[in-house]
Structure formats: C-alpha cells, structure tokens
Write a protein that binds this ligand. Structure first.
Ligand SMILES: Cc1cc2nc3c(=O)[nH]c(=O)nc-3n(C[C@H](O)[C@H](O)[C@H](O)COP(=O)(O)OP(=O)(O)OC[C@H]3O[C@@H](n4cnc5c(N)ncnc54)[C@H](O)[C@@H]3O)c2cc1C
Length: 440
C-alpha cells in the first residue's frame, strides 16, 4: 500500500522532498496556512541554482532570474569597505520569492503532490511516543510520516513531546528579527556598491543591507532582539542619510519576519517525524540563506525515506538522513555558527579595527548562500604574519578570536563523533554535547 506522507507547512525543502517522494509512488500532501496566491513573501531571494538540480527540479525560465552582484561589507563606522569576489561559476541567482514558489509548486504538482491551502497547523498528534498526525483548524490529519517544513517557529517542532529529544525552542542570539521593505529609488545616479551590507549599523548588534536595484532600493534591518516599527523607521532614516538611493515610500514588503541564524538542529528525527529547512535551522548562520540548503536536504531526506523499505519511519531508520545531512552540510554550517557567535561577542570598535587592519579580507567575506563551510577562512592562516601582528596588539580581541578557534575545533570533533547508527541514549548524549558548544 502507498505510504501517506504529510508535509507540515509549505517550506521549500518540504515541497522538494514531497516531489521526489511522489515521483516514487508515495501519497504526499502539503498542509499550508497561506492561500495559494499568498505563498511566499513580496520580495526577492538569492540562492545557489545548483541546489535545484540536486533536488531534481529543473531550472526556471531565464526571464525569471538574474545573476546577483557581489556584496560590499561595511563595518560600523563605514570607513572601510570589503567587496567580495564570487567566482563566476559560483554566482547565485536572484528571483522573486513568489516565482520560486510558483516554480516548485507546479513541479511538485506535476510529480503528484497534493496541496491543502489556508490550513493552519496547531500541533502534532502523538500516540505511544510516535508522531502520527497534525491537528489543524480544518481537522486532524494522519500519516505514516510527518515532514516538518513549517519554518523556524514550527508549531509541530515546538509542541513535540520533550521525550522525543528534539529541541523545541531557539535560544538567545539564534535568530534575526528582521524588517524588510522595498523603498522607491531616490536617485538615478549610478551607485557603485549596489549591494551594501552593514555590520552593527548604528552600533546595534545586527546587520543591515541596502541593495540598489533598477526600480527600487531594498532595505533589510536585522537584529538579535525584537524591535518596534518606530525603531525600524528611525533606523531606515539613518540608512537614508548615508544612502542616497533609499527613498521614503515603501513600495513593497514592509514586514517583520524572523530568520534562524544558528547551528543545525541537534536531533532532526523521531518516530514518525522529521524536520527540514528552517524548522531544522538549515540556514547559513552568518547570512541567513536557507533555500539552497533546504533543496539539498530534500534529496538526502527522500533517499532515506525511500531506503526504509519497512515503511516504519522510525528515528532509527530516519537517522540516516540526519547523519548524511551533517556529513554533507550540517557540520560545516555549524562551524559557521561559531563565527556568528564571535560577531555577537565583538564590540563595534573591535569590528572596525578588524576591517581597518585587514584582519578580514574579501576572501573571508566571500560568503554566499553556497557557503557550507569555513573554506573561505583558510586564507587567514596563510596571511597570518601580517594579520597576526594586528591581532596580537589587541589582547581582548585576541582572546575572542582564540575562543572562536576553540569552538570551531569542538564543532569539528563533536560532529565527527556523531553516532553513525541510531541508539537513543548515545544520540541524546551526543546532542547535549553538541548543543552545549553554542550555549551563550
Ligand atoms: C527577510 C528574509 C530574507 C531572506 N533571504 C533569503 C535569501 O536571499 N536567500 C535564501 O536562501 N534564504 C533567504 N531567507 C531564508 C529563507 O526564507 C529560508 O531559509 C528558506 O525559505 C527555508 O525555510 P523553509 O522554507 O523551511 O521555511 P519558511 O520559509 O519559513 O516556510 C515555512 C512554511 O510553513 C508555513 N507555515 C508556518 N506555520 C504554519 C502553520 N501553523 N500551519 C501551516 N503552515 C505553516 C509558512 O506559511 C511557510 O509557507 C530569507 C528569509 C527572510 C525572512
């Protein structure tokens, strides 16, 4: 008999995994709170297009995307800029979020996936320690496996029984509270740094970006603490004083949202349950890009499900997904989470010092949605004499940098020691050790 797979929430990874499973004869239904017309945000996203082919999704029509220009990073005082240099064969594409959804939904439908829209999931339904369904405002739905693609605040993950070992809530400094809006473009002048990323703008722990497009200027304000519409307005005004392309009229977007910027979920599987995408914190922790990783995870997940010929979908059989995901992406991404932790420990002055003394260069800042490891940071070691002198001069900074080096080593060692086969006790012990590295 065909197995029934419930995808909780229309996250990117869930839809992509659903398409792969439906193609392989599974009976797949996505339950999504938004209506079909309201799927996705009213703005653009950047992602690595190779991830589509990993998940077996064709490239969208060329008219729907363009290649993204390099980002220029600024520290707090904006005195020094570092422009990344993304190699041509690694360039990411920029696409409207709604077009991404149109593309993957129509592909999934062709593969046989069914969608139930305007259906708000309240919590999981469990029986004898196994997740067996979802409770929604349209009734209860049962399946052989629940794939949680409900985003970082998933009502499924956050309401799972503690005994299942899956972390329910996020901790401090693990998400960005974001305001994003497209403003009218206030100048016709050619802007040199079209995609400007500011670290600790206005001395606030967080980031901001100002992307000058042909028809509008895209502003994003991201902070580790929630902020009010008034604070967003004030911050936008300060950005406006330094960026002549940023107009005053919001033409699109203008919402508050959240992005996980943390290490990957330590236990992503339970009996009858598995998490993917933002629900499992698969974003690149420094920049919050998660679309490409979700697509790549979809392939790993679908393979593990198809391989479970018993059709029982237990934590034990689904562990293969977690293990292979960590090997391919999770371990490297979690190393990047330690670099994010470093950012939260730096003062604005220290960050300016790092920029002004070339302790970070374009090589390290060439972090893209395709960055799944610290490979761009390897060059730090090669340029060490010059950078080393600048670092050693500042004892407090040196201590913080050594601390992050220690954390990276711990992440590498702990990820290497992840149990290959599922054993509840060993897995929980491992998860505790791993989560402890990131405790602040
Ligand atoms: C402002 C902003 C900019 C971003 N820019 C980029 C970018 O440029 N590139 C990139 O790669 N990533 C970007 N991201 C991150 C990206 O959105 C996610 O990492 C990616 O979409 C993977 O998350 P997801 O699809 O699993 O979850 P989500 O995008 O959160 O999708 C979850 C889905 O579940 C649904 N859902 C939630 N709760 C319920 C419920 N109770 N009942 C039913 N359905 C529910 C939601 O409606 C949604 O459709 C950005 C995020 C934000 C907020």
């Amino acid at each position: 008999m065909n197995k029934n797979i419930i995808i909780a929430g229309g996250g990117h990874g869930g839809i992509a995994a659903g398409a792969l499973l439906a193609k392989n004869g599974f009976n797949v239904t996505v339950y999504e709170k938004n209506s079909r017309e309201n799927m996705g945000y009213d703005w653009t996203d950047i992602f690595a297009p190779n991830a589509l082919s990993v998940a077996g999704i064709p490239m969208p029509d060329k008219s729907l995307y363009e290649y993204k220009t390099d980002m220029t990073f600024y520290s707090t005082n904006e005195k020094k800029a570092i422009r990344q240099r993304v190699p041509e064969d690694e360039l990411e594409i920029k696409m409207e979020r709604r077009d991404i959804y149109n593309h993957i939904i129509s592909f999934a439908e062709k593969c046989g996936v069914k969608f139930v829209y305007s259906c708000n999931i309240e919590k999981p339904i469990s029986k004898n320690g196994r997740v067996i369904g979802i409770k929604t405002d349209k009734g209860d739905f049962y399946g052989d496996l629940i794939i949680d693609a409900c985003g970082c605040n998933s009502p499924v993950r956050t309401n799972l029984n503690h005994g299942l070992g899956v972390q329910n809530q996020m901790g401090a400094f693990e998400r960005f509270y974001v305001y994003r809006a497209f403003y009218n473009k206030a100048t016709e002048k050619e802007i040199e740094d079209k995609y400007k990323v500011c670290l600790f703008p206005d001395n606030v722990l967080g980031i901001g970006w100002v992307a000058t497009e042909d028809e509008y200027t895209d502003l994003l304000i991201g902070r580790f603490e929630p902020f009010t519409p008034e604070e967003a307005k004030e911050s936008a005004e300060k950005f406006r004083q330094r960026n002549e392309s940023l107009g005053t009229d919001v033409v699109r977007g203008g919402q508050f949202v959240q992005i996980p910027v943390r290490h990957t979920l330590s236990v992503m599987v339970a009996d009858g349950y598995v998490a993917i995408g933002d629900a499992a914190f698969m974003t690149v922790p420094i920049i919050g890009s998660g679309i490409a990783n979700s697509f790549k995870a979809a392939k790993i997940l679908a393979d593990a499900i198809i391989d479970d010929v018993s059709g029982e979908y237990t934590a034990k059989s689904l562990w293969k997904y977690q293990y292979n995901y960590y090997k391919a992406l999770g371990s490297g991404l979690s190393q990047l989470a330690t670099v994010k932790l470093l950012l939260t420990r730096l003062t604005p002055n220290e960050l300016d010092y790092i920029f002004e003394n070339d302790i970070l260069t374009w090589r390290e800042m060439t972090i893209t949605a395709n960055s799944t490891s610290l490979k761009s940071f390897i060059h730090i070691a090669s340029d060490m004499p010059k950078r080393g002198i600048a670092i050693v001069k500042d004892k407090a900074l040196l201590k913080k940098l050594l601390g992050v080096g220690e954390d990276i080593a711990k992440v590498v060692a702990v990820c290497l020691s992840m149990p290959k086969a599922y054993d509840k006790e060993r897995v929980y012990k491992w998860a505790k050790k791993y989560d402890n590295i990131f405790k602040v």
